[in-house]
Design a protein around this ligand. Structure first.
Ligand SMILES: [Zn+2]
Length: 766
């Protein structure tokens, strides 16, 4: 998966670049301040290794790896998937890593029967469900090896029912339908892609009583409205289809049959009918060419303005008269997946692991998703191998991972992280993920204890187009796009750029949210055109005509990932920082308070309008709307425990900063001489401390108390989920409980940071 490629076009559309003042990267000078977590002496050595490293990744290599890895379809269970894994393992060995393939056996359904037909309400129509080969794009014709268009982990089903158009098919769309007096009970819904992870659409449809779900790509978001279509341009053609998983990953990702444990040969497995993450209703994705006759056959109310897409028809909601037959039947097979794991043993702290990963499996040829990220990871491994040959010895163990089975459900990374959970909890310093790569700005998301670190890394990487540092370019981009004067001021004045919280959608999920390993996700994007996501057209031809065609941003990604790995692996004191972290938690607490106040105000106001007769007076009898019902105004929640905990965190961060500055005085003499092993152990534990054994209410697999994918958004993060989601879902008691749980977690975190600060202060006093 790779959601940013999908949102990039809408997010950054219309962006124009102006030329700003210079902020070129200067060569290392002797009086430069030491790297965060390094003594002056070790910083000088580290900078030299890093510079050596960054000169190594080669665009030509990236291009040739991509050509090889995307030459044939390589989805889970295909011959070329295994072949690629073996090739990557051989390459890792050739580079000097100790490489192995670790396998798991997972449930992976593939289509046996698929049908979408219009049987009533319009001219009889049978959907093609097939992407045609394109002249000149040779791999698009490898039909024998291509997976048909489908949504993996849809339940089998054969239903015929009236059709209802539900816009994006997210909860607020159903609220609108209720006001419009439209029910989807017993209906097949048709939803367009976007505005949520795709698996949310059948989940919410089933909760509202629908019996089937069709998801299509509307040209408004993903097709000719955006730009010229492939092969003339980069955008999704008429018959292009977005494949993808619809397993309920916000409940738990990985193999549906082995939640919480590695899917080894002898693992205890659930029965298929007990696998909670398989959809409740059948679902299929279709192209806009296939969607048009279905949507054109709908009557009933006209869709609200915001629901209208780019198909050149009047969008109606239905239900009917269009009646649709939807059939999905899969082979429910077990397939072997192949994770490639390459190690470089640490010289001083072999028991501390720095982990870097990207998946290698694709839906079809997957040049962009995931190979554009995978090839950068391979160049990093090669370059680290070169450093080893010239005498570099990382202090910590480095682990490079090429995951299998990410597309169907984060299978390879989740099973590996479940299988090795105890080791990861004991040894993992951090996990750095990428998934795909394009052109433009460095996207940084992750744990806020690594926010400063991520900013520091970005300051070192030259942007291939402007020659500014990628950090400077990100900053100027934020200034240009700030939503408010305050946002603009912050982008100018705050020492570090804010990084976004991680939700889900790629392989960091199990590390961060299940095992409590501090994580970062990196990717260049924002200047991409595209509409080939999860289709047969995501291939070498498309990538080398329309994306990072000369692989200069691929090199920048390798430089970013490798610099981060090197710097974490060699630091004297691990570069976690808690000022930015505490600042972020404070903003979360303020947001939650505001959210609960806003909900009170909204409900109070709506109740008042109902009483005043606003809804009956403004109701047009020809376009009647169902008036909302009076609701109890939400109670005041007691946020004091959370506010006190956030303040404790701010205090402990200040203590740590003071101790760090002491340790850093006089060229970091204390960092060079003191034994930091115990302190580093405590720093590693700071992310673990943010998890609870019980996990989130109603989804115990998710253990992190600050970050989770939204139960009803899927990709995007819900921060402080045990409090935020109950408030959004009007479960006030649950919200109160959540406040107490999270407050306790943050108090414990503050205590841990304080003890690390005290230990560091004592170490530098000697
Ligand atoms: Zn991907």
């Amino acid at each position: 998966m790779n959601r940013s490629a999908v949102i990039a076009t809408t997010l950054f559309a219309g962006l124009s670049l102006v030329s700003y003042g210079t902020h070129m990267l200067a060569p290392v000078s002797a009086d430069e301040p030491p790297l965060y977590g390094y003594s002056a002496e070790s910083s000088r050595a580290e900078r030299q290794w890093e510079e050596k490293f960054r000169a190594l990744p080669s665009p030509e290599n990236l291009r040739s790896y991509m050509q090889r890895l995307s030459a044939r379809p390589h989805h889970v269970g295909s011959p070329y998937d295994k072949d690629n894994a073996e090739w990557i393992a051989a390459k890792f060995k050739e580079f000097g890593l100790d490489a192995q393939i670790e396998t798991f056996d997972v449930l992976f359904p593939t289509p046996k029967e698929r049908a979408v037909e219009l049987v009533e309400g319009g001219p009889k129509f049978t959907a093609k469900l097939q992407e045609p080969a394109v002249d000149g794009d040779t791999t698009s014709g490898q039909q024998d090896e291509q997976l048909p268009t489908y949504n993996a982990y849809s339940i089998d089903g054969d239903v015929t029912a009236p059709l209802v158009y539900v816009n994006y098919g997210i909860p607020e769309d159903y609220e609108k339908l209720e006001r419009l007096g439209v029910s989807v009970k017993g209906a097949i819904v048709i939803a367009r892609y976007y505005h949520s992870w795709r698996g949310i659409k059948p989940k919410v449809a089933a909760e509202h009583g629908a019996v089937g779900c069709i998801i299509y790509s509307d040209p408004h978001e993903d097709g000719f409205t955006q730009g010229d279509t492939f092969p003339k341009g980069a955008y999704r053609p008429n018959d292009g289809v977005q494949r993808g998983s619809v397993a309920d990953m916000p409940f738990y990702p990985g193999d549906p049959l082995t939640p919480g444990v590695g899917a080894t040969k002898n693992a205890k497995r659930l029965k298929l009918e007990d696998a909670a993450t398989i959809t409740k209703i059948p679902v299929l994705p279709i192209s806009y060419a296939d969607a048009q006759p279905l949507l054109a056959a709908l009557a009933g109310q006209i869709a609200p303005a915001a629901w209208r897409g780019g198909l050149g028809i009047t969008y109606h909601i239905g239900p009917g008269p269009a009646k649709v037959h939807l059939k999905v039947k899969s082979n429910w097979d077990t397939k072997t997946i192949y994770d490639v794991i390459g190690r470089i043993p640490g010289s001083t702290f072999p028991g501390e692991w720095v982990i870097r990963g990207n998946h290698h499996d694709a839906w079809v040829n997957g040049a962009e998703d995931p190979i554009s990220g995978q090839v950068a990871l391979m160049e990093e491994a090669r370059a680290l191998g070169e450093l080893l040959k010239s005498g570099w010895k990382p202090k910590r163990t480095i682990i490079y991972c090429a995951w299998d089975g990410e597309e169907p459900g984060l299978l390879g990374s989740t099973e590996w992280a479940e299988q090795h959970a105890d080791e990861l909890r004991a040894h993992a310093v951090a996990y750095i993920n990428s998934d795909s790569n394009g052109r433009g700005y460095l996207g940084l998301e992750g744990s806020h204890t690594l926010e400063k670190f991520a900013n520091d890394v970005a300051r070192e990487i030259p942007d291939p187009e402007t020659k500014l540092s990628v950090w400077k370019r990100d900053q100027l981009h934020e200034i240009a796009n700030a939503a408010s004067p305050e946002g603009r001021a912050e982008a100018r004045d705050r020492a570090d750029l804010r990084i976004a919280a991680l939700g889900s959608g790629s392989d960091y999920t199990a590390f961060l949210q299940h095992d409590g390993v501090a994580s970062l996700n990196i990717e260049f994007g924002g200047e991409d055109d595209g509409g080939i996501y999860h289709s047969i057209y995501d291939d070498f031809y498309w990538y080398t005509h329309f994306s990072d065609v000369d692989f200069i941003y691929g090199r920048a990604l390798a430089q970013t990932g490798g610099t981060a790995v090197l710097r974490l692996a060699d630091a004297d004191l691990l570069p976690f920082e808690f000022g930015n972290f505490a600042d972020t938690v404070q903003t979360y607490v303020k947001e939650l308070k505001k959210l609960s106040e806003r909900m009170q105000e909204e409900i109070r106001e709506r109740n008042r309008e109902i009483e005043e007769g606003v809804f009956s007076a403004t109701n047009d009898p020809r376009r009647p709307l169902v008036a909302p019902k009076t609701e109890a105004v939400p109670p005041h929640l007691n946020f004091a425990p959370l506010e006190n905990a956030a303040d404790a965190l701010t205090r402990s961060a200040a203590e740590y900063k003071k101790a760090f500055e002491q340790a850093n005085a006089n060229g970091g003499a204390a960092l060079a001489s003191a034994s930091l092993a115990d302190i580093n152990k405590m720093l590693i534990a700071t992310e673990r401390k943010l998890t609870t054994t019980e996990g989130l209410p109603n989804r115990p697999w998710f253990k992190h108390q600050l970050y989770a994918p939204g139960y009803y958004t899927g990709y995007s993060a819900k921060t402080v989920p045990a409090v935020r989601e109950p408030i959004e879902q009007k479960q006030w008691k649950q919200a109160e409980t959540g406040i107490d749980v999270v407050a306790r977690v943050l108090q414990d975190e503050a205590a841990l940071i304080s003890s690390a600060a005290a230990k560091l202060a004592a170490a530098s006093a000697h």
